[in-house]
Design a protein around this ligand. Structure first.
Ligand code: X8Z
Ligand code: ZN
Length: 597
C-alpha cells in the first residue's frame, strides 16, 4: 500500500506535495522567476540564432534547426508557465507578480502540453513562413517574386496587368490553408492549457487590461478615425473612377483592391500621381530625389542612423553593419519581409530587409532602426521586461522618427531637397501622408479581427476566405478584382498570417506615433502645424524619449506613456489634429459625392 502511494506521488509530484508543503512563500516565487529568466535567456540565445540563420538561408536543414530550437523553447515556456501556477494567490512583490503574468504571455503561440505537440507546432510555423517567403508565380512566362510583384502593383496603371499580378501572388497562398488550420488548432490548445479562452484572447491579454476591454478600446479608436478614412476613401474612389472609368472602378460602392498601389491595399502612397490635387500638386517625389542623389541601400540605413544620432542616440555597433542583411541576395532564399533583431540582449542588434531605394523603404529603414534602438534602450531590464511597453509601442518608435524624417524641412537639411516648399505644398504633403497612414488604419484593424474570429472558432477553415473579404469590405471598403477561387486563402498572402505575427500592434502604432510626435513637438517648443514639425537634432527630446524606452515592459504601459507624453490613454485626436487641414480639404472635394460603400 505504502509503495503504491509513493509510486503515485512520483508521477504527480506537485499534486502530492501540495497538501504536505505549506503555501509557497513570496521569496520562493521571486527565486522561481529569477531562475526562469535565466532559463529563458539560454533558450532564446539558441533560438534567436537558429531563426536568424533560417531567415537568411531558407533550406530544409535550416528549417529543421529552427523548428527544433523553437519547439524546445516552447516546451520550456509551457513548463515554466504551468509551474508558475503554484504561486497563484501568493502575495508576491509587484515586480515578481508582473513577471509571473508576463511569463504566460511570453510566446505568441504556446504549444499544447503533450508529447510531440511542440514539434508539430514549430514545424508548421517554420514551414508557413518559409512557404510565404520563397513564394513565386509565373507571370508573362517568367517566375517572379513578391518583390517583383510589388513593383508592378506600385507602378503599373494597366488594370488588366494589376489584376493578373494581384491574382498571381494571392494564388501562392492557397497551399497554406490546411497547414494554417492545423496550426490554429494547436496554438489554441496551447493557449487554453495556459488558462486563456483561445489564442486571440492570449494576444488581447498583453495590454495591461482585461482582454474584452482591450477589444472595446480598438473599437473606440476606430470610431475616432473612421469618418476621416471614409472621406479619404470617397476622394480616392472618385479619382480612380476618373482615371479608369466606370467599368474598372465604379463611382459608388467599394474600391477594387488592386488599384491602390500596394499588394494588400494597406498603404496607398504609390498612387499619389493618380489622385494628386489638380490645382496644387507636389513639387517633388522622394522616390526620385533618392534615386537622383545616388542613394544605395546602405546609404539609406546610414541616413536613418543619422536621424537617431541627431537625437543623441549612440551610433550603431560595428557588428550591426557586418551582420545585417540589407540587400536581397541573388543566390539563395531569404525572408525578405523587413525585421529588426536583438540576438543577445546586449549589442548584437541587426536588421534584415531587402532594401529598395524609394520613399517607402526610406520610412521602413527608420521603422526597423526604431526597433533596434528600443531593444538597446531596455537591455538592462530583466529578461521578462525586455520588451515594448506594449507591442504597439515597439512598432511606433521608428514611425515616430519617420514622421520628422519625412518633412520637407528635414529632407532639405540633409541635402535631398534643394528648397523648402511653402504652404502651397501643405495639402499635397498631407495627402501623401494620409495615403499611407490613414489608409492603413482599417487594414491594421481587420487582420486581427479575422484572426480573433478564427481562433475563437467563429470562423472555420471553410469560411476563412469569405470571412476575410467580409472584413475587408466592412473596414476598408474593398473588393477583390474578380471572383476568388474556391480554394483561395487570401489571408495567407499577407506576411503576418503565415509569419504568425499579431497585427493590432500596427493599428496602435499608427496612433501612438502621432501622440509621440505631438508631445515631442510641444517639448521642442514648436508652435506651427504638426505636419511641419521635425524634431531632428533635438537632444532634449531624444533624452526624454529614451527615458520612456529604457523602461521596456517593466510597468503598465499607461504609466510608461505618461513618462514621455504626460498622457495615459491611447488617443487618436493627435491623428485628427495632424491631418485637420486635409480633412477639411477632402470634405470640400467630396461635396455632392455619395460617400461610403
Ligand atoms: O511588418 C511591418 C514592418 C516590420 S515589423 C516592416 N510593418 C507592417 C507591414 O508591413 O504590414 C510595418 C507597417 C505595417
Ligand atoms: Zn516593425
Amino acid at each position: 500500500m505504502k509503495t503504491k502511494l509513493l509510486a503515485a506521488c512520483a508521477v504527480a509530484v506537485l499534486a502530492c506535495a501540495a497538501p504536505a508543503a505549506a503555501q509557497p512563500t513570496a521569496a520562493e516565487a521571486k527565486a522561481f522567476v529569477t531562475d526562469a529568466e535565466a532559463q529563458l535567456d539560454k533558450a532564446a540565445a539558441f533560438a534567436n540564432r537558429a531563426a536568424w540563420v533560417r531567415a537568411n538561408f531558407i533550406t530544409e536543414d535550416t528549417q529543421w534547426l529552427e523548428a527544433k530550437a523553437n519547439a524546445e523553447q516552447n516546451e520550456l515556456v509551457t513548463r515554466l508557465a504551468t509551474a508558475a501556477a503554484r504561486f497563484n494567490g501568493v502575495a508576491t512583490d509587484p515586480v515578481t507578480a508582473r513577471k509571473l503574468k508576463l511569463l504566460k504571455l511570453y510566446l505568441v503561440s504556446p504549444a499544447p502540453n503533450r508529447p510531440g505537440a511542440a514539434d508539430q507546432l514549430a514545424g508548421l510555423v517554420t514551414k508557413l513562413d518559409s512557404t510565404y517567403s520563397s513564394g513565386k508565380f509565373l507571370y508573362k512566362g517568367k517566375s517572379i517574386t513578391l518583390n517583383d510583384a510589388e513593383a508592378v502593383m506600385a507602378e503599373s496603371r494597366d488594370p488588366a496587368e494589376l489584376k493578373a499580378v494581384w491574382e498571381g501572388w494571392h494564388g501562392v497562398a492557397a497551399v497554406m490553408k490546411p497547414d494554417y488550420a492545423r496550426f490554429a488548432a494547436l496554438s489554441n490548445e496551447g493557449a487554453v492549457g495556459l488558462g486563456f479562452k483561445d489564442t486571440g484572447a492570449l494576444w488581447r491579454s498583453n495590454y495591461d487590461m482585461d482582454p474584452d476591454a482591450f477589444a472595446a478600446e480598438t473599437d473606440r479608436l476606430w470610431t475616432q478615425v473612421a469618418p476621416f478614412y471614409k472621406n479619404l476613401h470617397c476622394y480616392v474612389r472618385a479619382e480612380l473612377n476618373a482615371k479608369y472609368g466606370d467599368a474598372v472602378q465604379p463611382k459608388t460602392g467599394p474600391i477594387r483592391a488592386d488599384l491602390l498601389g500596394n499588394m494588400w491595399a494597406q498603404s496607398w502612397g504609390n498612387i499619389y500621381d493618380v489622385v494628386q490635387p489638380k490645382t496644387a500638386s507636389s513639387s517633388y517625389s522622394l522616390d526620385k530625389l533618392l534615386q537622383d542623389k545616388g542613394y544605395d541601400p546602405v546609404k539609406m540605413v546610414k541616413t536613418g542612423e543619422g536621424f537617431y544620432s541627431s537625437l543623441g542616440y549612440a551610433p550603431l555597433p560595428q557588428t550591426f553593419w557586418e551582420r545585417s542583411l540589407i540587400v536581397r541576395p541573388k543566390d539563395r532564399e531569404v525572408v525578405c519581409h523587413a525585421s529588426a533583431w536583438d540576438i543577445d540582449d546586449k549589442d548584437d542588434i541587426r536588421i534584415k530587409m531587402c532594401t529598395k531605394v524609394d520613399a517607402e523603404d526610406f520610412r521602413t529603414v527608420h521603422h526597423e532602426l526604431g526597433h533596434n534602438y528600443y531593444q538597446r534602450a531596455y537591455q538592462n531590464q530583466p529578461t521578462l521586461f525586455r520588451n515594448g511597453a506594449n507591442d504597439g509601442f515597439h512598432e511606433a518608435i521608428g514611425d515616430f522618427a519617420a514622421l520628422s524624417a519625412s518633412t520637407p524641412t528635414y529632407l532639405n537639411q540633409i541635402g535631398l531637397l534643394p528648397t523648402v516648399p511653402g504652404t502651397e505644398e501643405d495639402i499635397p504633403f498631407l495627402l501623401k501622408m494620409a495615403l499611407d497612414k490613414i489608409a492603413f488604419l482599417p487594414f491594421g484593424l481587420m487582420v486581427d479581427r479575422w484572426r480573433w474570429e478564427v481562433f475563437s472558432g467563429e470562423v472555420g477553415p471553410d469560411q476563412y476566405n469569405d470571412a476575410w473579404w467580409k472584413l475587408r469590405l466592412k473596414y476598408q471598403g474593398l473588393v477583390p478584382p474578380g471572383p476568388r477561387p474556391a480554394d483561395a486563402f487570401d489571408p495567407g498572402a499577407k506576411y503576418h498570417v503565415p509569419g504568425n505575427t499579431p497585427y493590432t500592434r500596427y493599428f496602435l502604432a499608427h496612433i501612438y506615433q502621432f501622440q509621440f510626435h505631438r508631445a515631442a513637438c510641444a517639448q521642442a517648443g514648436w508652435k506651427g502645424p504638426l505636419h511641419r514639425c521635425s524634431v531632428y537634432g533635438q537632444k532634449a527630446v531624444g533624452e526624454k524619449f529614451n527615458k520612456m524606452m529604457e523602461l521596456g515592459q517593466s510597468q503598465p504601459w499607461p504609466q510608461t506613456l505618461a513618462v514621455f507624453s504626460g498622457e495615459t490613454r491611447t488617443d487618436a485626436s493627435a491623428v485628427t489634429q495632424y491631418f485637420k487641414p486635409l480633412d477639411a480639404w477632402l470634405t470640400q472635394q467630396n461635396k455632392g459625392r455619395q460617400c461610403g460603400w
